[in-house]
Design a protein around this ligand. Structure first.
Ligand SMILES: Nc1ncnc2c1ncn2[C@@H]1O[C@H](COP(=O)(O)OP(=O)(O)OP(=O)(O)O)[C@@H](O)[C@H]1O
Length: 250
């Protein structure tokens, strides 16, 4: 489990995150949603240690990550998988080399063992036999799946995903969401996803925190969101005519 306690983050005069506390449980898709500039990515970066919170704590299985130095953080870092917005694959490496990258960095496995793991992960994301292709030869959806294969190569306990659906068509977006949700459940991963895709919110939002003005404004599940009377959340989720019409049928 990940627990964040009273997180604040300030850049100069700009107080971006204000007193945010939450718990993210294993086997669940934990979504961070909110308008542009509400602080979603900043919060994600504070949790994974890319930003140091100005105040507050981040605990991974009760261990205070914020209080640790670089070396002390390494064992937890090894348990973290990340999928970035643009998939962040290395263009000069093949699909297989991309997936083996964390294994080269963090394990002393033999080449054959790493290759076996890469094959397993590729099969798991339905990309068998793409080992020798380069990222430039892949579609956006395939790149995301390679990014997911790389993120699960180290069998992570924690998975962080920033905007998994950016640049994807609606059908591919749903497939990517479903894949992340399946892996989360299958391997009991604590998954934290930053998104503003309403299909993701409704489809896989087991646990959602809604940020507004740098604060945790609302927290609940996708089932609860349809019936909320929180004004700002309603305006955010049901901004379009289509979503308002859909809400009446929920
Ligand atoms: N490294 C930084 N230095 C200074 N200000 C920053 C930095 N990173 C983020 N900010 C500020 O923090 C605020 C929140 O940004 P953040 O990227 O977390 O929002 P977001 O909710 O993820 O937005 P979006 O949905 O548009 O990606 C913005 O005002 C932004 O300018």
């Amino acid at each position: 489990m990940i627990e964040i306690k009273n997180i604040y983050k300030t850049f100069g005069e700009n107080e971006v995150l204000k007193d945010i506390s939450a718990q993210f449980k294993p086997g669940k898709n934990n979504l961070i949603i909110g308008g542009s500039g509400s602080g979603k990515t900043t919060l994600l970066k504070c949790i994974v240690g890319l930003h140091q919170p100005t105040k507050g704590q981040v605990l991974f299985n009760n261990e205070d990550f914020t209080a640790m130095n670089f070396t002390e953080r390494v064992p937890i870092r090894k348990e973290i998988g990340m999928l970035f917005q643009n998939s962040a694959l290395f263009d000069s490496m093949t699909v297989e080399e991309n997936i083996m990258f964390p294994l080269n960095l963090f394990t002393d496995q033999s080449h054959a063992e790493k290759q076996e793991r890469a094959n397993f992960c590729l099969e798991r994301v339905n990309l068998k036999d793409t080992n020798k292709l380069y990222p430039a030869e892949l579609s956006g959806g395939m790149k995301k799946r390679v990014g997911i294969a790389r993120a699960i190569s180290m069998q992570p306990k924690y998975l962080f995903v920033d905007e998994p659906n950016s640049g994807l068509d609606p059908k591919t977006s749903i497939l990517i969401d479903e894949l992340i949700a399946e892996l989360t459940e299958e391997y009991e991963i604590t998954t934290v996803i930053v998104t503003h895709d309403m299909n993701s919110v409704m489809g896989i939002g087991d646990h959602i925190i809604f940020l507004h003005d740098g604060r945790k404004w609302w927290e609940g599940s996708n089932k609860e969101i349809a019936h909320t009377d929180n004004k700002e959340l309603n305006e955010f989720v049901f901004a379009s005519k289509f979503m308002r019409a859909a809400k009446n049928k929920l």
